[in-house]
Design a binder for this molecule. Structure first.
Ligand code: ARG
Length: 569
């Protein structure tokens, strides 16, 4: 932790007879700059200490000596009602923060604290043979950010794409093909045609429920190794893979392990043996289940048709992954409707006495809606991601033509900004919140958006270009200490803690929210003080250091979210 804050914590804890971690948790930034740089609200302590908060504040403040000499960190302490306000020696704080950022040989924000540990992240994992929809993007964008954040902290990362190339959906597709399939049309436009078949199946099955039996028959034939079923399955899943790969190329996402559910369908017997050996598998109405006491439903290992289930394929996959990667943490990134699925998955392995199961986490995310409506692929309500990205790029081109008509390489910048805008919108909300997607909102350069952060970064790059030489890491910060400078430095000092919590809680939105605040602090500074001050090289050099530090953190942060950081836009 920052030594300035640590000093406030230690002295306050000693002065108030408090636990340092309590103080650390309470420390906040006062609402107005004139009050100080940090504040300790004493309401919460009142109950524990059985005294009124203003008295506690007065006592604590009276017992802490400010340090006036060189090397001092706390410049002033004052009680104000129920708060203790602390003012730091601002030039020293700012200097320290910028030294940390510029420290040679390491990247600011990481201490390599994940070194020696492995995290496996199951993300994206789309159901194949459908267009890659905007709803699929959530798992891809969030999972990719979780990956990059861990990687930055030194973790060994295994990105896993658990392709949905098996199961009920595929049975339905095969049955639809048998009824209405047309090879020529599929060859001409595979994904559109295949999703059309799938949608038609679900529509017609409402009136002709016997179609569902056909789908089960197809799946059973596939599981039994029927040549024709296998040929079709290969064809359709290959088209689906190609479609997904294209999207990953556009987004710059890659995986370390891509294995379809089909891969694990063949391991059903091993999974059953695993639970039978432990006496946990039971017959129930022709199916094989693992009863789970504290869950609303048992986990089904095998259907009464004898086929594997989403659960048994996930069990096989998890056992395999643990054997292969020996992970310290395993994260599944899916929408929150699958929470029960994962509780059951983990619950069954816990019952089986698997001692590493507590390393597995489900990181659920909320649903995405459009104009307030959720979409269902099976009803043909697909918003195709690629179309959204194309539109985002086209709109960004328009905005750039308007704002910066002479920009060199405008088309490439528009591509980077358009794509990143959609990604940012996905990671910017607390994971579990449902979000309503609106392209106009995500592209607003002045709103809480990706382009706003990118624009701030580009603006800071442009200051440095005007300065014409690299920031001098030795420049003296003794004259820095204006509110705007302190505000920005304080934000910069928070970055390492934000990244660490984001990894711990699998919550990239912490980084996104932080970047918005950092961008706001950076823009405010820009509006409040000139960075390049005529005839004052010393002050210019100090402020350039601050600007350079902020530019670097903006870039690192964007990078952690899988976004690009153009230097001009
Ligand atoms: N294919 C599933 C879907 O689209 C997500 C799979 C998530 N990963 C897993 N191991 N179950 O809903």
């Amino acid at each position: 932790m920052n030594p300035f804050l640590e000093e406030i914590v230690e002295k306050t804890a000693a002065a108030g007879g408090l636990d340092p971690s309590t103080v650390r948790g309470l420390l906040a930034v006062p609402p107005e700059e004139s009050m100080g740089d940090y504040a300790l609200p004493c309401f919460v302590l009142a109950k524990e200490l059985r005294r009124n908060p203003a008295q506690i504040a007065a006592d604590v403040a009276a017992r802490i000596e400010p340090e006036t000499g060189p090397g001092g960190r706390i410049a002033a302490v004052a009680a104000s009602g129920p708060y203790v306000n602390f003012s730091l020696h601002r030039p020293a704080f700012i200097g320290h923060t910028l030294d940390e950022i510029a420290a040679p040989g390491r990247e600011y924000g990481t201490r390599g604290q994940g070194a020696g540990r492995t995290v496996a992240i199951d993300f994206s994992s789309p159901n194949l043979a459908r267009p890659f929809s905007i709803a699929h993007l959530r798992s891809t964008a969030i999972g990719h950010a979780i990956y990059r954040i861990h990687e930055f902290l030194g973790w060994g990362c295994v990105g896993i794409n658990h392709l949905g190339d098996y199961g009920a959906n595929f049975g339905q597709l095969l049955a639809a093909y048998a009824a209405w399939g047309d090879d020529e049309r599929i060859l001409a436009d595979p994904i559109r045609e295949l999703v059309g078949l799938y949608v038609r199946f679900n529509r017609e099955a409402e009136e002709h429920p016997e179609l569902r039996d056909r789908a089960r028959d197809c799946l059973r034939a596939l599981a039994a190794g029927d040549d024709e079923m296998i040929r079709l399955w290969r064809w359709f899943s290959e088209e689906g893979r190609k479609e997904a790969e294209r999207i990953y190329g556009i987004l710059g996402v890659r995986f370390d392990e891509t294995l379809g559910e089909s891969h694990y369908a063949g391991r059903l017997d091993d999974v059953i043996a695993f639970f039978e050996e432990r006496g946990l598998a039971e017959e129930s109405e022709g199916a094989l289940i693992v009863p789970l006491e504290d869950q609303p439903a048992p986990l089904m290992l095998r259907t009464s048709n004898g086929t594997s289930t989403y659960h048994s394929r996930d069990l096989a996959a998890l056992l395999y992954r643990h054997r292969r990667h020996g992970f310290d943490k395993m994260v599944y990134v899916t929408d929150k409707r699958q929470s029960l699925h994962f509780e059951q998955l983990f619950g069954a392995l816990r019952r089986a006495g698997v001692d590493w199961i507590d390393r597995c986490e489900h990181a659920p995310f909320g649903l995405m809606s459009f104009r307030g409506r959720a979409l269902a692929t099976r009803k043909g309500e697909v918003i195709i991601l690629e179309e959204v990205l194309d539109k985002a790029i086209a709109l960004t081109e328009g905005i750039i033509a308007d704002k910066n008509p002479d920009l060199a390489g405008a088309a490439e910048v528009a591509r980077q900004v358009g794509i990143s805008a959609v990604v940012f919108a996905d990671v910017n909300n607390r994971r579990t919140r449902d979000i309503n997607f609106s392209l106009e909102e995500v592209l607003n350069f002045d709103g809480e958006t990706g382009p706003y952060v990118q624009y701030t970064h580009a603006r800071y790059c442009s200051i440095l270009r005007r300065h014409g030489r690299p920031a001098d890491p030795a420049a003296d910060t003794g004259r820095l200490g204006e509110d705007g400078e302190m505000r920005l430095a304080r934000k910069l000092s928070e970055f390492p803690g934000v990244v660490e919590s984001a990894a711990e809680e699998n919550e990239p939105s912490y980084v996104a929210g932080y970047l918005l605040e950092l961008a706001t602090a950076a823009n405010k500074l820009y509006n409040e003080v000139p960075v390049l001050v005529d005839e004052d090289e010393e002050l210019t050099a100090a402020r350039v250091r601050l600007v350079d530090g902020a530019r670097g953190v903006l870039r690192t942060g964007l990078d952690l979210l899988g976004m690009s950081a153009p230097e001009e836009m």
